[in-house]
Design a protein around this ligand. Structure first.
Ligand code: FE2
Length: 325
């Protein structure tokens, strides 16, 4: 028997978001969401959460309009970059090798695009900047003080992408090219409404959903999620958001898929939707069978209880659905 080597993705690393109002977006993500700033340039700010060691889990970049630039994923071993390069090119994908870029803390990385149009980046080598003493946790296993600022999210959790393309081939592409496992999905007679996929024991590191009938752009971001330890922390987050003059977009509530507790809120500078996320279950079974929800189960799959509609926004700067990729 010959041993077959498979490159692996270890985790979701970061989302790179473009915002038309960098100052307001920075206020939201730094003061309200509670991310810490690790680096900044004239038009970009790099941020990370209290538990995170890597250079950043969020990049905010000033631009004309709100959009998702790309999502970065950390591979398990340095040699996995070459492994993925081989698999991706053999499967007919275009892959760009990017030289180390110490502005964003990354060593060599790969740039690629999903068939949906969403742009991804793979990296292994990454800077892990230290923390100023005034902000450092007394805990040796934590970077920043707990509750240092705002909601004080603990780490990035997942990204949820939307596409106007059929989602099933996208899920298959993620499985075949990048080793994602499909964990749960909603199948309707009209096609697959969405799927939740992961490379970790989380139910999803990425959600990929079918865009609504009014969407025209093939690739969008629906939301970026950050983790809190428990549901009470999400309720506290709702108080903080409202005290800051921001009406929550939806929630708190509980998803059927993933069984997680959620609160959605929009960045007032860009309209990018953030999910504050907790609870849920983990998957350890190596032979996990993807859970299929039918059309009749779709409402329960999306929301077990709690509100089911997003609050309409009147601000022209904020689109009511999703931000473009
Ligand atoms: Fe989510």
């Amino acid at each position: 028997m010959t041993f077959q080597y498979h490159p692996e993705i270890a985790k979701l690393g970061a989302a790179h978001l473009v915002t038309p109002d960098l100052d307001k977006s920075l206020w939201f993500f730094h003061e309200i969401i509670g991310l810490e700033i690790t680096a900044r340039t004239e038009n970009k700010v790099y941020l990370r959460a209290a538990m995170e060691h890597e250079h950043h889990s969020l990049v905010l970049e000033a631009g004309d309009r709100a959009r998702l630039d790309h999502v970065s994923w950390r591979v398990r071993r340095p040699e996995d970059l070459e492994g993925f390069h081989t698999i991706l090119t053999e499967n007919g994908n275009e892959v760009l090798v990017e030289a180390p870029n110490r502005e964003d803390g990354y060593g060599e990385s790969l740039r690629l695009q999903m068939p949906s149009g969403h742009k991804l980046r793979l990296y292994y080598d990454v800077d892990k900047p230290g923390v100023a003493e005034a902000d450092r946790s007394v805990l040796l296993n934590q970077r920043y003080k707990s509750w240092n600022r705002g909601i004080g999210v603990r780490r990035i959790d997942h990204v949820n992408l939307w596409t106007t393309h059929d989602t099933e081939p996208q899920h298959e592409w993620l499985t075949q090219n990048l080793g994602f496992k499909l964990r749960e999905y909603i199948q309707t007679p009209a096609g697959r409404l969405g799927g939740w996929l992961s490379v970790t024991p989380l139910v999803h590191d990425m959600g990929l959903m079918k865009a609504g009938p009014l969407e025209t752009t093939p690739a969008r971001m629906h939301h970026l999620a950050f983790w809190l330890d428990n549901a009470a922390d999400v309720l506290r987050a709702a108080d903080i958001v409202v005290e800051a003059g921001i009406k929550p977009d939806m929630g708190p509530g509980k998803h059927g898929v993933s069984q997680a507790f959620f609160l959605y809120v929009r960045d007032p500078g860009s309209g990018h939707r953030v999910e504050i996320f907790s609870n849920g279950y983990l998957i350890f079974d190596p032979d996990w069978e993807p859970v299929e929800w039918g059309a009749e189960d779709a409402a329960l799959a999306l929301t077990m209880w709690g509100p089911t509609d997003y609050v309409p926004h009147t601000d022209d700067n904020i689109m009511n659905t999703t931000t473009e990729a």
